[in-house]
Design a protein around this ligand. Structure first.
Ligand code: GAR
Length: 189
């Protein structure tokens, strides 16, 4: 049984999909949800599923405190699901090829610092893109630049607001993220 740990900063709809997907899986389960935001909706979702949660300050993320607590849960895979702070290189180094992120666009387009959530969708819309999509990738030292594991595009036909784009992209995330995690665990662990 592999241990999945999730970092999230917001509502956590992706985290919840992953929790549910693996709830009865013989392969893996979510053992811990961490957040930098004590008001994040993801914490309530985790508690409702009786999954331990941990919140931390920026300092605790970067001074080894989070890394020490993580170790106690023996993570096989660390999943960033709407985690909006820079992920520390110490944690990446401690878990090589075990930290992955989902980005709500087709990287390398619309990635980098400041490109998250609604900012991404606004830029996509302003550039009159015919399509957007999702990217699941390994996390390295630079924002949104790690090796790509999976991408899926979707036509933006009929999308006139950033909310329209966000909703379409989120549907794709929910559909694919848990399955890609499952495949990754099956193939690499
Ligand atoms: C998701 O769309 C995810 O791709 C995005 O935040 C949202 C979180 O939604 N992540 C980024 O923009 C990271 N750069 P959720 O909290 O409902 O899962």
């Amino acid at each position: 049984m592999k241990n999945i740990v999730i970092f999230a900063s917001g509502g956590g709809s992706n985290a919840e999909k992953i929790i549910n997907y693996f709830a009865n899986s013989p392969l893996a389960r979510v053992v811990l949800v961490l957040s930098n935001n004590t008001n994040a909706g993801v914490l309530e979702k985790a508690k409702a599923h009786e999954i331990p949660t941990l919140t931390f300050t920026k300092e605790e993320l970067n001074n080894g405190w989070v890394l020490r607590h993580l170790a106690a849960f023996n993570p096989h895979l660390i999943v960033l699901a709407g985690f909006l702070q820079k992920f520390p290189s110490e944690i990446i180094a401690a878990y090589p090829h075990k930290v992955i992120n989902i980005h709500p666009a087709l990287l390398p387009k619309y990635g980098g610092k400041g490109m998250y959530g609604i900012h991404v969708h606004r830029a996509v819309l302003e550039n009159n893109e015919a399509e957007s999509g999702i990217t699941i990738h390994y996390v390295d030292e630079n924002y949104d630049e790690g090796n790509i594991i999976f991408q899926q595009s979707i036509a933006l036909q009929g999308c006139t607001t950033t909310e329209d784009v966000a909703a379409k992209v989120l549907t794709l995330e929910h559909e694919h993220f848990p399955k890609v995690i499952e495949q990754l665990i099956n193939e690499t662990m």
